[in-house]
Design a protein around this ligand. Structure first.
Ligand code: PLP
Length: 387
């Protein structure tokens, strides 16, 4: 098919991702991109220009750029930047704030971001306040017009999976003159696209679902309006802070994202079945999963998550930490490990992984549901909870 005909096709996001936005290597016809390891690019004699305007890999690598284009397309973003880790992506907007500006942060977020804020942001003169996760009235109360520059939240929020109404949060933030940034790692762009709901920035630990195979550390930020001053400063921060992703990792991310939709749909199906099973178990005190009708966040999740409720869930067991660890000790199919979003199912005693004082209950077990046959996962959970 010729190029003009191809351009007429209105392909779905899923197809565009699988086909790397129609990538074909011009010189060889290869359907997978080359990995450009070169750190520098040659200039011609006549105009002292490089063929594509690139000069140095830390500023603009071709493999990194292709990964960014795929993510931008997935998120419906105008532009995206790939980072050396999820935490580098998450903390870049804080680095981009100026002394005296305030970030208003949801209380339940990834602990690494909280640790960064505690250790660095405040000592640099960035003012920080917190609001109750998912509580729009509290968000509204804490916003300070003319001072709050950034609202930072995560939905569903780890490890309680509390859901925040993004459309409403964006409206409140904008009315106060602030930007809304969303860590959407758990939702993935398959289920929620925060920029389409009014958020200004979206962040991912691409280590998780976007790569999906537990073998790359990477992060992304994407933006709705690239002319924002904060986006310029984020780009400068990446360039001069040096949090750039290696070329091989960028390639692996591109490869991982090709199967994102397939993996996430399967993870959502498996997670819902596990959550429903857990709800019926005597030893289980409470299940936290936005896909359950009993979950307080379910109505909002139903509206803002399309095609499923994610692969992450938590549950609390009767008998405290001792019982939770005993349950975990019997896992044979689930791997006892932290992290999330890979194709293999992981299970952990969350509090043991946390390095800060948090509200996470001592009897909470966090599950990252993989793509295994669900009957094997159900059987494992049944054994863990009964013996
Ligand atoms: C929601 C969320 N955001 C950000 C991060 C940080 O990502 P990384 O470990 O890739 O630096 C994590 C890591 O667990 C996470 O779960």
């Amino acid at each position: 098919m010729n190029k003009a005909k191809k351009d007429e096709l209105k392909l779905s996001r899923e197809t565009r991702t699988v086909q790397i936005l129609g990538f074909e290597d011009e010189s060889s016809g290869a359907l997978m991109p080359p990995v450009h390891f070169a750190t520098t690019f040659a200039r011609d004699a006549e105009h002292y220009q490089t063929p594509q305007g690139r000069s140095y890999l830390r500023c603009d690598g071709p493999t990194q750029e292709l990964a960014e284009q795929v993510l931008a397309d997935l998120e419906g973003a105008s532009a995206a930047l790939v980072f050396s880790s999820g935490i580098a992506a998450c903390t870049a907007p804080f680095h981009a704030l100026k002394r005296g500006e305030q970030a208003l942060v949801s209380k339940t977020i990834y602990l690494g971001v909280l640790s960064f804020i505690n250790e660095f942001a405040e000592s640099w003169g960035i003012s920080i306040d917190y609001f109750e996760t998912g509580h729009l009235q509290d968000l509204e109360k804490k916003l300070v017009k003319g001072k709050t520059r950034l609202v930072w939240l995560e939905t569903p929020a780890n490890p309680s999976w509390v859901v925040t109404d993004l459309e409403a949060a964006a409206k409140l933030a904008h009315e106060a003159g602030a930007l809304l940034a969303v860590d959407s790692t758990a939702a993935t762009p398959v289920l929620t696209r925060p920029l389409e709901l009014g958020a200004d920035l979206v962040c991912h630990s691409a280590t998780k679902y976007l790569n999906g195979h537990s073998d790359v550390i990477a992060g992304f930020l994407a933006v709705r309006e690239p002319s924002l001053e904060i986006w310029r400063r984020i780009r400068e921060h990446r360039k001069f802070g040096g949090a750039i992703l290696g070329s091989m990792e960028a390639y692996l991310l591109i490869r991982g994202m090709k199967t994102l939709h397939l993996r996430v749909h399967r993870q959502c199906e498996n997670a819902l079945q596990l959550a429903r099973f857990l709800e019926r178990q005597e030893l289980v005190e409470q299940v936290h999963y936005p896909g359950l009708e009993s979950n307080p966040g379910h109505p909002v999740a139903k509206r803002q998550m399309q095609g499923g409720f994610g692969g992450m869930l938590s549950f609390q067991v009767h008998g405290g930490k001792k019982k939770a660890l005993e349950v975990l000790s019997r896992a044979l199919v689930f791997k006892r490990a932290t992290s999330l979003g890979g194709v293999e199912s992981l299970i952990e005693h969350r509090k043991s992984s946390e390095t800060l004082e948090t509200e996470t209950p001592d009897n909470l077990i966090r599950v990252s549901v993989g793509i295994e046959a669900v009957e094997d996962l159900l059987q494992d959970l049944e054994r863990m909870l009964q013996a």
